[in-house]
Ligand binder design. Sequence first.
Ligand code: PLP
Length: 446
Amino acid sequence: MNRERSRNLYDRALSVTPGGVNSPVRAVRPHPFFVKRGDGAHVIDADGNRYLDYVGGYGPLLLGHDLPQSVQSALQSQLADGPMYGAPAEVEVELAEFVTRHVPSVEMIRFVNSGTEATASAVRLARGYTGRDKIVVMQGGYHGAQESTLVQGAAGRTSEPSSSGIPAAFAEETITLPFNDAEAARELFEERGDEIACVMTEPILGNYASVPPVDGYLETLRELTEAHGSLLVFDEVMTGFRIGGLQCAQGKFGVTPDLTTFAKIIGGGFPVGAIGGRADIIEQFAPTGNVFQAGTYSGHPLSLTAGLEMLRFAAKNDVYDHVNSLGDELRSGLTDILADRAPEYTVVGQDSMFKVIFTRDGPRDLEGQCEAGCQQNPDCPRFDFCPKDKTDVDRAETERWERLFWPAMLDQGIFLTANQFESQFISYAHTEEDIEETLEAYKKAL
Ligand code: PLP
């Protein structure tokens, strides 16, 4: 494939932006391809190469790249009325009502501009509400580029910052736990439960090989936080309105958090974030409460219009049935291909999220094939052998994955996430033929 224009753009970008990109995840090797436009389930690069897109903007593009007419008209009408006002607009009430109607734990919501801003504000709110400073996050979890959660270190101990530029004092207030280890959570709460403002976790570790919660784990976090006066915060930036459809992952897993952070899909492809939850907690935000939170662009009319119309479209059409059934088909096909060509690797994901994880040691029993379509299904006889915690996932062969990403898949016209641990997404624009093409490409690549 000729990628000369992309290569030239990258050279120019390198001299004016750090690493040639505006978010490090885009700095793929050997160089990023520059996108000229989207088209349904595809993106077309600056050289005219066409790729079947499973990155989907890293999650927001539930409907793919072509917005339905209803979304386009609403956006055009909003544009004609001016981009923003610095005063409330009706669409803020409409989207808030839509979310509170579909997600029972959300009685009130505050809109912000990104997932990072949502999780940072949720942490401040939890601290303000409880009067405590410590927060708990999961090892392998990701909550954006914010000070309190970019941490590393041993579970249950004082953490260190995982990025330079973050004062050690921030990380000292954050404790990590291994996801799915109920015993470690119990021990921590027994020792320090009354210091903990909140436990924040993705319901599925979507940024770490889509590790799903084992039975009862989220329930344990719910019980422990409630018993110790801490808050349970679900970071549904990735899973919100994707896993579990309109009820989100919390509805699918049947666990009710105190607070939820959203972003991605609720902005329909435009910048957005939100913190939703119990009214008595959310009302601690200024102006009703003392937790300061503000933003020039918060509740931006274009983002909220796109999000609202996209969600309305999803509510009226078979969007979730479509993406989830293609997800089942793809995971099942991948499971068969792996059984044949790379039985040591693992298919992960659920609903419209999927990935092949290059763990050689992850699945411990290599006898017998997966009988269910998806190895992450709790009813699957091989469920016990899927990667469920950070240790299993840590063994993934990241360099091999990068070679699968490029050249093996990209040169066949399939655009996957370049990072081994990041999920991939199916959109409403994908078709059965796309799934077949993708499986053929994986077959060759593997
Ligand atoms: N939380 C989760 C679970 C995410 O997946 C992400 C981004 O991928 C974030 C927070 C940060 O969101 P943003 O990139 O919009 O700041």
